[in-house]
Design a protein around this ligand. Structure first.
Ligand code: UD1
Length: 365
């Protein structure tokens, strides 16, 4: 009996060791890895023992992010700067990197307003990049890919909270349409090529920054999203925050979203990669909602920020923003149960991390 126990401990230890060795040996391609969610994900992949290589054209991020990832983790990720719409360049990358185990595809244009003005830019950039990657995955036998999708595919859902089976709605913008079409491109590719496995992660509203304040969200120009606008207003870069509408059908009249900490979100990518690499997926194409399950209004976010930072925000209620939905939040049951992942960080901690990041960027104490 004793011998059998000793034997099973030995085999367990051996298996864990082999498992770790496997993980450590595996190389993950992160496209858009110097961007906001991408950089946090690279940190979590490195923390979990993966090798990482980033492709980014730096059109909306800076190479300094790589230095800061190294400061946080002690490991410098490999980096190549090029545009994923250049098929020959993508193909050369895969020919040179035959040891890629999986890809997380973040690289995309993401400004909703800009996408309405420049639809062709959005369709070309977002769709062609994914198609080039998939062609190379198939050609070079890289069979695992995680795609960065968005809850934008649900539009204004008829029923809340939103589950993965909630019907998608017609897209409100070219940006939203690229997410929807890219999900379909990935799904159809897995159907046509059964060795290819894909996971689409539908993010709710990612906010906050790494607790070291070394990486975070750094919008070019005037921020379009709520939390960067709040932190820039608090830092004195913007005179006034505009609250888009207080006459919605919500308890305080302002719109409701499910704000998720970016580090929690990043960790869900590591779990998704493990699911694919360890072949724990149930279907060749799977979809998960990544949110907290809680909805907060714009005014609640403002009050939460003021409370946790002690900074008073100058804000004004203005007209509703065109294209905004009233309310959305996730049902996270499927991600919690299937991925074994749950958002852990609370709203106040997350808002404080966003503020610490902004202060760090601006050189404030
Ligand atoms: C938007 C996109 C979503 C995309 C995400 C990327 C739409 C409809 N959705 O989400 O597809 O994935 O950005 O980051 O565009 N707000 C203000 N004042 C501001 C900024 C925002 O009141 O200065 C309000 C908005 O009206 C909204 C909430 O804050 O009610 C959140 O807005 P935002 O951060 O822009 O995210 P979404 O619009 O939810």
């Amino acid at each position: 009996m004793l011998n059998r126990n000793i034997l099973s401990i030995f085999f367990y230890t051996f298996a864990v060791h082999i498992d770790n060795l496997n993980t450590m040996a595996q190389k993950i391609l992160v496209t858009g890895g110097t961007g906001y969610i991408g950089s946090h994900t690279v940190v979590e992949l490195i923390n979990a023992g993966y090798k990482t290589v980033i492709i980014d054209d730096l059109s909306n991020s800076s190479a300094d992010v790589i230095d800061n990832i190294e400061k946080i983790t002690g490991v410098r990720p490999a980096f190549e700067k090029f545009d994923l719409t250049d098929f020959e360049r993508v193909e050369k990358f895969f020919a040179d990197n035959s040891d890629i185990a999986a890809t997380i595809h973040f690289a995309a244009s993401k400004a909703v307003g800009e996408s309405v003005e420049k639809p062709l830019l959005y369709y070309r950039n977002n769709l062609v990049s994914l198609m080039n990657l998939l062609d190379c995955h198939l050609k070079y036998d890289v069979n695992n890919i995680v795609f960065s999708s968005s809850c934008t595919v649900y539009g204004q859902p008829d029923k809340l909270p939103v589950t993965e089976t909630t019907p998608r709605k017609d897209a409100e913008s070219p940006y939203a349409n690229t997410k929807r079409v890219n999900e379909d491109i990935l799904r159809d590719s897995t159907v046509a090529n059964p060795r290819l496995k894909g996971i689409a992660l539908r993010y709710f509203n990612p906010i906050g920054a790494h607790p070291t304040a070394l990486i975070g969200e750094l919008p070019l120009g005037v921020p379009q999203n709520l939390v960067p606008f709040i932190t820039q207003t608090a830092a004195g870069l913007r005179d006034e925050l505009k609250v888009f509408g207080d006459d919605y059908d919500t308890p305080d009249g302002s719109a409701i979203r499910d704000y998720i900490n970016v580090v929690d979100l990043a960790k869900a990518h590591v779990v998704s990669i493990e699911r694919l690499l360890k072949q724990k997926n149930k279907e060749n194409f799977e979809v998960f909602n990544l949110g907290t399950g809680n909805g907060y209004s714009v005014l609640e976010i403002i009050k939460g920020f003021e409370k946790v930072t002690g900074v008073k925000l100058n804000y004004k209620i203005v007209e509703r923003r065109a294209g905004d939905i009233v309310k959305i939040w996730a049902d996270t049951t499927y991600a919690n149960e299937e991925l074994g992942w749950k958002a852990e960080k609370g709203l106040e901690e997350t808002l404080l991390s966003a503020w610490n990041w902004e202060k760090n960027v601006r050189g404030m104490k």
